[in-house]
Design a protein around this ligand. Structure first.
Ligand code: PMP
Length: 377
């Protein structure tokens, strides 16, 4: 009986989008070399004795009996200082995943029908999942043959759909390429002109790696677009530079928008350990983070060159700007299964059967990946 009640409740009250979604469950089997989640390789072994002592001491001093600082003031100052941004424009969340959810929760007001998002595809899956959970319709615009934005199609979708939000990840996940700056700027400008305007989220989760190579944006970032268009939000995260366990992501927005978004954020979302560790990583340990990013950049050059020297796989160096490669290989799912058997985890995509995504790990991890690949193909 009680199960029937629950079934009736679920059928009538759960948002319909959940029926079409799956809970996000990454492959968590024990595989020695995990290159499937765009994380950085282990950070702690790269710290000097002094850096390690500072890390240990700082974390050990967190008092567990007290709630964390609601406004994350020290971390806010550190992010603002390092990024050269207004601390009042920051919305810091438990990973940029949470910031995406906050943005969508805040902008879900129906405007002549349900709210919509426009996204290029393929792109980061959480835009779609979070949007569906929050009652949005999702308009997907395929990337062009070079995995760049189809600018006319994006502009047409903007005019037609009048979305609340457009998400542009640059470099993009899973394709690793940076979108043409001019396309992102044109979309931001067009989104400001429509009535009511759309929000354009420029997701720079992989910014550090774009800048670790020949930056196709020539040093410009989403912050320049935000300075020109208040309907732009820049999204960043510490997850890719060696700090994924902390779950710290943030939006840089106009302070007026940040003030509204703060109302939709859960008060104690960012744990105290994460706040102190992230503050340290952006301050006294910033040189260690910079070294780590530079090392990943060097590994990227090495792995991409190795991939390019093989005829059975293809990897476009010109369009690899993140900490992972988007590799073409016939039968990618079988290849990934073979790699897993040899202890190396990469990511495959049902919609792209001839592609896999592989993060750049440590020198040892990358050597194992390349050796396993060589044995299989
Ligand atoms: N944006 C993009 C483009 C991503 O690829 C990811 C992580 N896969 C995120 C945001 C989320 O990062 P986090 O929640 O760890 O900050």
């Amino acid at each position: 009986m009680s199960r029937e009640v629950l079934e009736a409740l679920l059928a009538a009250r759960v948002v319909p989008a959940l029926a079409e979604l799956q809970a996000y469950v990454p492959d968590q089997e024990t595989v020695p070399v995990r290159l499937d989640a765009n994380e950085a390789p282990a950070l702690l072994p790269t710290l000097s004795v002094e850096e390690r002592a500072l890390w240990d001491r700082t974390l050990s001093e967190v008092e567990p009996a007290r709630y964390p600082d609601v406004r994350a003031r020290a971390l806010r100052r550190a992010i603002a200082h390092r990024g050269g941004v207004d601390p009042e424009g920051l919305v810091i969340g438990c990973g940029s995943d949470e910031v995406i959810a906050i943005l969508l929760a805040a902008l879900a007001r129906p405007v002549s029908g349900p709210p919509k998002i426009v996204i290029p595809t393929p792109t980061f899956v959480m835009y779609r999942i979070s949007a569906r959970v929050h009652g949005y319709e999702v308009c997907e615009v395929p990337l062009d043959a070079r995995w760049d934005l189809d600018r006319p199609a994006m502009l047409a979708a903007l005019e037609r759909e009048r979305p609340a939000v457009v998400f542009l990840a640059t470099p993009n996940n899973p394709t690793s390429g940076a979108y043409a700056y001019e396309s992102v700027a044109a979309i931001a400008e067009a989104a400001a002109r429509i009535d009511p305007p759309s929000l354009v989220v420029v997701d720079e989760a992989y910014l550090a790696f774009r800048q670790a190579g020949a930056d196709p944006w020539a040093g410009r970032t989403g912050l320049e677009l935000l300075a020109r268009h208040a309907n732009v939000v820049v999204l960043r995260t510490l997850s890719k530079i060696g700090l994924a366990a902390l779950r710290v992501g943030y939006a840089v927005a106009h302070p007026l928008l940040a003030r509204e978004l703060e109302k939709a954020r859960l008060p104690y979302d960012l744990p105290a350990h994460s706040q102190v560790a992230a503050t340290l990583a952006l301050g006294a340990l910033a040189p260690a983070i910079d070294r780590h990013v530079a090392a990943i950049g060097r590994e990227r050059a090495r792995v991409v060159a190795a991939l390019q020297s093989r005829s059975e796989v293809e990897c476009d160096a010109e369009r690899t700007h993140a900490n992972f490669a988007w590799v073409r290989a016939d039968g990618a799912a079988d290849l990934a299964a073979g790699l897993k058997q040899k202890g190396v985890l990469v990511r495959t995509f049902k919609a792209y059967p001839d592609r896999f995504r592989v993060s750049f790990g440590s020198e040892v991890e990358n050597a194992r990946f390349l050796a396993a690949l060589g044995e299989l193909r």
